[in-house]
Ligand binder design. Sequence first.
Ligand code: SF4
Length: 453
Amino acid sequence: MSKPGTERGQRRAPPRRPRPAARDSGRSSARAAKPSPARPLRDGSTDPLALLERARAAGGLEVPGLSIRLARAFGFCQGVKRAVELAFAAADLPPQPEAASSAVRTAARSRGAAPPGAGEPRLFVTGEIIHNPAINAGLRAAGITPLPVSRRSGRLSGVRPEDQVIIPAFGIEVAEERVLREIGCQLTDTTCGWVRRVWKAAAEFSAAGLTIVIHGRADHEETRATASRVRGPWLIVRDAAEAEVLAEAVRLRDQSGWRRFRGSRSPAFDRERDLERLGLVNQTTMLDRETQQIGRILRAALTERHGAAPDSGTFRALATFCTATQRRQDAVRTLLATGDLQRLIVVGGFRSSNTAHLARLGGERVRTYHVEDADCLVSRTWIRHLVPGAEQPARTRGWFPEAPRVIGVTAGASTPDTETGRILARLLELHHQADGGRPRPPRGSGRVRGGGR
Ligand code: SF4
């Protein structure tokens, strides 16, 4: 995995280089699945990070009537950590991504975050630096302005040569990168090396004459950046169901579902010509098992079309997950294998793809709730969470299990440890509340559901 770099412009001093990230919290947090007993903790009075470190060391927390099991790998990956550190450094904030959600707000308040005057350099980010609302809000407060999200040309028109623009870990589309280079602004490129690996594989397959199939979300920054780098035809499939629709077109049979790819294929795509030879890559954060399934679906379709199993000139596939994604998915499987979990809490932004996949995995075996932060654990009665595949969060009642409680906790690769620690503190707080206490009314938008998954 290549290291992301910072390009320095001609007019500004280079930003302070942050210290290299100490570790991937996932790799270093490998622990036994069963937590060792812990002393009872006072409700809500524990520092979230200290609480999390204590749980990390023991694999979880044990208090009478409640067992919290922590996944062996969770939270910030190296790529996210580095992106946040570089963004912090660009905004002259101390590199403390582990405590980001609170530290960045404090630092922003103390420095005033006054808007730059006319002609002064400004600091932009081309989108969300990562899909975590706490980090993004903090960086906005620190004076880093997200550029408009619209993909129409012109969203970069306000950037001036004296400005600094941060490219997030997902990368950006190649045409936009070209525009920024032409403007001559200073670029801080935090594109993750694992994302560049996908670009490389897609370019190689395309150069070999294959049509690139990307298993990913068509609206995700990383997938759009990958597609933009493919010289030949390309197409995006979201899941195995869409791959089945594509397979029908590969077999030159039922074409009725083809319209669904209207916004997720290259211009002038020719179904007959461009589906003869395929190369499969995936967005780094997809579900590993599903990419493999899609590979089998496409291989079978090509076999039928050509009357023989495809050789490397007709079909190639490279699993382009990053190891952080793989470790976090494996850790959830290990957690589920203990067999006695009553609930699984998955912490991460509602727009975070890797977090959503952890929740999908969990939901196959146990009632699982994807929450954005500790406020989502509204009360013992109510929880605000994202149901897999939904666009908006829902409110569900009756989520908190009866004692003795066994609750698993994990977090996506863009979730700071502070948020996960707050979840632990909130679970302890709810556990210690007297049974029958009046719950807070639910807040926020979303449907009300009568039960969890
Ligand atoms: S999730 Fe994977 S690809 Fe994304 S930033 Fe982290 S290591 Fe890189």
